[in-house]
Design a protein around this ligand. Structure first.
Ligand SMILES: Nc1ncnc2c1ncn2[C@@H]1O[C@H](COP(=O)(O)OP(=O)(O)OP(=O)(O)O)[C@@H](O)[C@H]1O
Ligand SMILES: [Mg+2]
Length: 234
């Protein structure tokens, strides 16, 4: 579904990504793991066209994204949940979800998608009228993921959904990722929480200082001595 071939990118003269190649197939959940500053967020920004690749090619379902402007990316079926969630704090959960379904095609299916999101996040249903600004961190993350799903994306991009959350809430968020994966959503998730994310995705890539250092099935990476030493402390 999504292919990156030798993609380089950065900010001005500061290069962050160096020839990154990766692939996400339909129905797969794929993680990009790596430490602070490795370029994970930059990688998602380059896919959603918030910044341009300086070299290489990004393709969505065979179509090159190189010349596609950022505002058209959602129409191609790519929805991103940003690192800081960016909810509308003075709108209710339900209205925030509505904002995710602003494209005409999504508006027509609003009710159906809302039920789908509520099935994935029963807590959002219970609290649908609560203002987003008053939600806990974990609830905000659920609302942000739900909002992205309201556009009916083919591919969901998640930027460190567990960041800044208490361990028990982190569990709940990864449980949602596992559920989406089991239900066949196509997900690309970037995470520092290596141990937990590798338990819920199908495959993963290790990104270090802007380069893919290894890749494989989640089980392979969990068992790799490199990853065990550097990221799992065993
Ligand atoms: N807007 C920007 N302008 C200049 N440099 C930036 C900008 N955003 C990020 N960088 C730099 O690019 C590098 C990669 O940042 P990026 O945010 O992609 O890392 P990350 O892997 O997402 O890290 P984290 O896990 O801390 O979120 C860092 O050195 C960062 O300082
Ligand atoms: Mg980041």
């Amino acid at each position: 579904m999504l292919t990156l071939e030798n993609v380089s990118a950065g900010y001005g003269s500061f290069q962050v990504l160096f020839g990154v190649s990766l692939e996400v197939k339909a129905g797969e959940s794929v993680a990009v793991i790596g430490p602070n500053g490795a370029g994970k967020t930059t990688l998602l920004r380059v896919i959603s066209k918030l910044i341009d690749a300086t070299a290489g090619e990004i393709r969505m379902e065979g179509r090159s994204l190189n010349a596609v402007p950022a505002h058209e990316v959602i129409g191609l079926g790519i929805a991103q949940v940003p690192e800081n969630r960016r909810l509308f704090p003075r709108l209710s959960i339900e209205d925030n979800l509505k904002m995710g379904a602003y494209l005409p095609a999504a508006r027509a299916r609003f009710a159906e998608r809302l039920e789908m999101v509520f099935a994935l996040f029963p807590r959002m249903k219970e609290r649908h009228a609560q203002l987003a600004g008053t939600l806990s961190g974990g609830e905000q993350q659920m609302c942000a993921i739900g909002r992205a799903l309201m556009s009916g994306p083919k591919l969901l991009l998640l930027d460190e959904p567990s960041a800044g959350l208490a361990p028990v809430v982190v569990q709940a968020i990864f449980e949602v990722v596992r559920k989406m994966s089991a239900e066949g959503y196509t997900v690309l998730i970037v995470e520092q929480n290596v141990r937990q994310v590798l338990k819920v995705v199908n495959r993963a890539y290790l990104l270090e200082t802007g380069r893919i250092k290894s890749s494989g099935s989640a089980a392979e990476l969990l068992n790799s001595s490199e990853i065990r030493k550097a990221y799992l402390g065993i």
